[in-house]
Design a protein around this ligand. Structure first.
Ligand SMILES: *[C@@H]1O[C@H](CO)[C@@H](O)[C@H](O)[C@H]1NC(C)=O
Ligand SMILES: *[C@@H]1O[C@H](CO)[C@@H](O)[C@H](O)[C@H]1NC(C)=O
Ligand SMILES: *[C@@H]1O[C@H](CO)[C@@H](O)[C@H](O)[C@H]1NC(C)=O
Ligand SMILES: *[C@@H]1O[C@H](CO)[C@@H](O)[C@H](O)[C@H]1NC(C)=O
Length: 529
């Protein structure tokens, strides 16, 4: 007999059928920083459409605020370390990428990366334990009858939890290094001849040497990933009680929502269960706070420059600080700088520092001439959306690649954070402001971005609702998931064909030899007669 809640749900569905989907129960396993800010936009849209969202947040989370008065529900996991410890790991990671990496040799770099990755795995496994080893919580989650789980694979565990709860799940991601998750677990293709490996900073047209470098990079990333994954493979097997791997579990994702689009990407192959939803968080600009609007208006015809190195980098060295402030003070524009560190001594009168800026609204302001950015995907998309040319100072993760793409599309000038001088920054800003090609390209990309049949946020929500309605999207799954590596590359077929050819050749040769011998014997016989 159907329960009361079930009947209620059917009734609600019928009444809602005319305009939208049935209200669903959605579980979210979030990541940190910009990853969460992007996913949050999707969850808020889902709430707006009547779905019930529960976010699983651990007690040391740096970005998910479980006490906030939003319409989301939160379920807190108690874990044994503090937010301070997690923050320390991130800072260590940032320090390595921004300041240390360029001074290390190849092997030193890789051994540091391995050790950082090991610390990260240890902490994140503890977070995972907080969910998958907590029987009471699992019981509660099971009884809540969720329809779907949304997660970001940048940190493992979401997919494991989904498998334990028998929920269909959807990934949202920018990329994994070398597209390893997408290729090896999602079965998407990335021919190394024309698809630059993620983190390679290469562009689509590659020379022979670049293609060589690209192929080696794919190989190197696969090897590194396999090392990192190994630690998770045994963990996943232990938790699920059967031999499995991280990659196999990830491969069960119903949909992959990729946070880019063809305005940004170089054209490359993808699968029907991959949807490109870049820029889903972008919105038309809202009015600025009064004080900020006054400052922006005071810029006159020169306009303003918006400067942010993202939410993670909140403290620079004094030397960098002063160098940047000196450069900014030489610009004719007014500058709004998002920065939390110490106020630099050389700050010009045209520059104002803010702990937080409404970045999307500023980029959409008519007076905005340029955006100086670290190249995070969210910021890049806001600039594309509003058609603002950029000066990129990439630092880590996807940022160097993002700026390389924008450079290839003629919308950005790139600077090296470690070697740049004040004059380089001044020249770069002057270049994107005064050389009209950058603005033209920015407007062209913006037009491409806006000219889509369905907006990215609506597409993301459509696929989430689709998976809830149909309990998955199995019809989009390529059969490649069921093949072994030798079947995938048709090695068994090739081996079979080769064997056939060899046997045939052998028989033909044997026959010929036999015939020749026979003929020879007849000829000899005739001669002797
Ligand atoms: C929404 O989810 C929360 C947490 O699981 C639950 O307490 C609440 O009853 C749900 N609401 C509805 C309308 O299903
Ligand atoms: C979390 O949200 C609450 C309510 O909106 C707010 O008072 C609090 O300062 C926030 N905490 C953090 C760490 O942002
Ligand atoms: C910022 O960096 C300085 C030195 O580089 C350090 O003394 C200070 O504690 C840092 N501040 C924060 C908030 O991290
Ligand atoms: C403007 O930028 C384009 C693209 O980088 C470059 O080819 C061109 O020479 C620049 N023009 C001037 C006047 O600097």
């Amino acid at each position: 007999m159907p329960s009361l809640s079930c009947i209620c749900k059917i009734f609600l569905c019928l009444s809602l059928l005319a305009k939208s989907s049935c209200p669903g129960n959605v579980l979210v396993w979030p990541a940190e920083y910009s990853h969460w800010r992007n996913l949050k936009v999707v969850t808020e849209e889902l709430v707006g459409r009547g779905h019930n969202i529960t976010v699983l947040v651990h007690s040391a989370s740096l970005s998910v605020n479980a006490t906030s008065t939003s319409a989301l529900h939160f379920e807190t996991l108690e874990i044994s370390f503090t937010a301070g410890e997690l923050q320390a790991l991130w800072e260590r990671f940032l320090w390595f990428w921004i300041f240390e990496k360029s001074q290390l040799s190849f092997w030193q770099m890789h051994s540091t990366m391995r050790s950082l990755s090991r610390s990260s795995t240890t902490l994140h496994r503890q977070i995972c334990n907080g969910a998958v080893r907590n029987r009471k919580l699992l019981e509660k989650l099971r009884s809540s009858r969720y329809d779907i789980l949304l997660t970001d694979p940048v940190i493992p565990c979401g997919e494991l939890l989904a498998v334990m709860l028998r929920l269909p799940f959807i990934f949202t991601l920018r990329f994994s290094p070398g597209f390893a998750f997408e290729r090896l677990c999602g079965q998407v293709l990335a021919p190394p001849s024309y698809v630059p490996a993620a983190t390679s900073q290469l562009q689509e047209k590659m020379s022979f040497l670049e293609r060589t470098q690209n192929l080696l990079l794919y190989f190197m990333h696969d090897m590194l990933q396999l090392l990192v994954w190994k630690e998770w493979d045994s963990y996943y097997s232990r938790v699920l009680g059967r031999p499995t791997t991280l990659c196999e579990t990830m491969g069960k994702a119903e949909m992959w929502l990729i946070r880019t689009y063809w305005d940004f990407e170089f054209p490359r192959p993808f699968l029907p269960n991959f949807e490109f939803v870049g820029g889903l968080h972008c919105q038309p600009a809202k009015p600025l706070p009064e004080e900020m609007e006054e400052f922006v208006q005071s810029s006159g015809e020169h306009g303003i420059v918006v400067f942010s190195l993202g939410s993670m980098v909140h403290n620079l060295t004094d030397e960098k600080n002063n160098m940047i402030a000196t450069a900014l003070s030489q610009l004719p524009q007014k500058v709004l700088w998002r920065y939390k560190g110490k106020k630099p001594g050389t700050l010009g009168t045209n520059t104002r520092i803010y702990e937080w800026i409404p970045q999307n609204d500023l980029l959409g302001h008519a007076k905005t001439k340029a955006f100086i950015t670290h190249g995070g995907t969210n910021g890049i998309y806001e600039a594309i959306y509003h058609g603002v040319p950029m000066v990129g100072i990439p630092m880590f993760a996807d940022q160097p690649d993002n700026i390389a793409h924008m450079r290839a599309k003629g919308m950005a000038v790139e600077l090296d954070f470690n070697t740049m001088k004040a004059q380089d920054l001044v020249d770069a800003v002057n270049m994107v402001v005064n050389n009209f090609t950058y603005k033209e390209n920015a407007i062209r990309l913006s037009q491409i971005h806006h000219d889509q049949p369905v907006k990215p946020l609506d597409r993301a929500v459509f696929w989430i609702e689709f998976v809830m309605r149909h309990k998955g999207a199995k019809h989009l799954r390529p059969a490649a998931h069921q093949l072994t590596w030798y079947q995938y590359h048709c090695l068994d077929v090739l081996a079979f064909l080769l064997t056939c050819a060899t046997v045939t050749l052998f028989i033909i040769v044997k026959c010929c030899l036999f015939c020749c011998k026979k003929c020879g014997r007849i000829v000899r016989k005739r001669k002797t007669e």
